[in-house]
Design a protein around this ligand. Structure first.
Ligand SMILES: [Zn+2]
Length: 108
């Protein structure tokens, strides 16, 4: 399960801070990262008790993907996979949108 391995990787990052009470963990997820946010939160809720994070909330920030077009050179926002550039071209490079970053750990 993809989401569960992400949650486990996330918990590894959080581990050094477990001696403090963590209120929430914020992550930034690119819209092209193929992650189902609801399943990600579901997985987190499932493992958080064993990780000692009973009262911790996982907050997901969505980050729209950006691509740069080879035809018209403009940078545009991709809202879904397989979408063309506003000029109609499919010849573009993804600049961002596949990332999953731990952005903040908030302590209670
Ligand atoms: Zn274009």
């Amino acid at each position: 399960m993809h989401e569960l391995s992400i949650v486990n990787a996330l918990l590894k990052h959080v581990q050094p801070y477990l001696n403090r009470k963590i209120k929430c963990i914020k992550i930034e997820v690119g819209s092209m990262s193929c992650i189902d946010p609801e399943r990600l939160i579901g997985c987190f809720d499932w493992v958080k008790a064993t990780a000692g994070l009973n009262d911790t909330q996982l907050i997901i920030d969505h980050h729209p993907a950006k691509a740069s077009c080879q035809q018209c050179q403009q940078v545009f926002t991709l809202t879904q996979l397989g979408q063309p550039c506003p000029c109609g071209s499919y010849d573009y490079n993804l600049l961002s949108g596949q990332q999953l970053t731990l952005t903040e750990i908030e302590f209670a």
